[in-house]
Design a binder for this molecule. Structure first.
Ligand code: FMN
Length: 130
């Protein structure tokens, strides 16, 4: 199983990464199920942070799609490794609701990251604590 964590920046005119979420979620929920991809997509202001994991070929294909997707730029791969087991059983989206306090969001994210390896959790924690 291959696992990748990357960050990128939205190209949406509004500067909000969340503006493209409905379209991304639609395609991801269809394609990821077929390709055995699971992971976590997090948005904050203009940034994306995403983990994808699954069979080598599926991850390579998705990465190629992501690289040519004009909705974001400056893809930086933070981690690219082989894992024995999935860390994310499902495909998840984490997005801080407008009315949610930072503390509530923090708590929700930490709950989601329970059971995830420290290396992976670190990338998400670093953002939350920033
Ligand atoms: C930040 C971001 C995250 C994305 N995550 C996924 C994903 O998890 N699964 C997926 O199928 N497509 C995802 N997409 C969409 C893909 O880039 C691509 O548009 C889609 O998979 C269709 O691929 P194709 O144009 O090569 O057919 C994401 C796009 C962006 C900008």
């Amino acid at each position: 199983m291959r696992q990748i964590i990357y960050t990128s920046i939205t190209t949406a005119e509004s500067g909000r990464a969340s503006d493209d979420l409905p379209a991304i979620l639609r395609i991801a929920s269809a394609r990821n199920g077929l390709d055995g991809i699971t992971g976590l997509l997090y948005t904050e202001q203009d940034g994306y942070l995403q983990t994808i994991e699954g069979p080598e070929e599926s991850v390579a294909d998705l990465l190629a799609s992501l690289r040519s997707d004009p909705r974001h730029r400056d893809i930086k791969i933070l981690l690219d490794r082989t894992v024995e087991e999935r860390e994310f059983g499902d495909w998840m989206m984490v997005h801080r609701e407008r009315r949610e306090t930072v503390d509530d969001f923090d708590r929700r994210l930490r709950r989601l990251l329970m059971g995830v390896s420290p290396e992976t959790a670190e990338y998400f924690r670093a953002l939350v604590d920033a």
